[in-house]
Write a protein that binds this ligand. Sequence first.
Ligand SMILES: [Zn+2]
Length: 280
Amino acid sequence: MPEGDSLYKFARRVGAALEGKEVLAARSHGPGPVPQVHRIVGATCTGARSTGKNLLISFDNGLVLRGHLRMYGTWHVYAPGEAWRKPEREARLVLEVADAVVVNFSAPVIELLEERALGHHRPVAGLGPDLLEDDFDVDEALRRLRDPSRATLTIGDAIMDQTAVAGVGNIWKHESLFHVGMNPWRRVRELPDDELRGLVLKAQALLRASVGKPNSLGLTRRTEMWVYERAGQPCRRCYTRIRSGSQGVDIRQTAWCPKCQPVVEGQIDPPVRKRHARLA
Ligand SMILES: [Zn+2]
């Protein structure tokens, strides 16, 4: 699933292709509700930006397109006449300007809204502070994570709640927890403020590094993965075997290093992987 940093990069590319240009043609296809994109033909794009995992493309007639990719969606930018790298039947949205074609493939959400209504549009207005915003408000993110409704969530689940803090998906959940040495099964209410703040700031630094923004880690690019999709392999730091277990309402696989991210007294025990009976 694309996370905040991927959406930021998509916004940069889509914005570079469209900003300041008149939309010459627009079409949209199902499945699902189809936005009335004829309303932006003739309008000029005023920019594209990401917020959390949403991409917003604005136009000078007061309309804005919102796309959310969920698991499989993606944005491509082509030159006119260039062959697409995905089948046309998967295109959900096509925007043409004089020198570029922007195509969205497979996004389950593409909708056209009034820009002035965004502030009341729950998928956008309900987001927590965005980790990639330059004026990211860490105190507000912590306040939201501390909401009583999240007290009993495990931190591996809570840090991906976009209404608390926007931008972290499954990859950066894994990596930021590893980098602060936090076991994913600790509950939010059990975490001291300094540890919770440290985790959020680490996630911010990793996301910023991924998009080439200055960050507290001094990284200049996306780092290698330490635990994400490395279950069963040796930890790159201590050579302990990386474990994994199902976590959260989505029952996602979460991987962690049992030595670098130790269990803390009083926390929930991480699941023990049952050995599958071998077929003779
Ligand atoms: Zn380790």
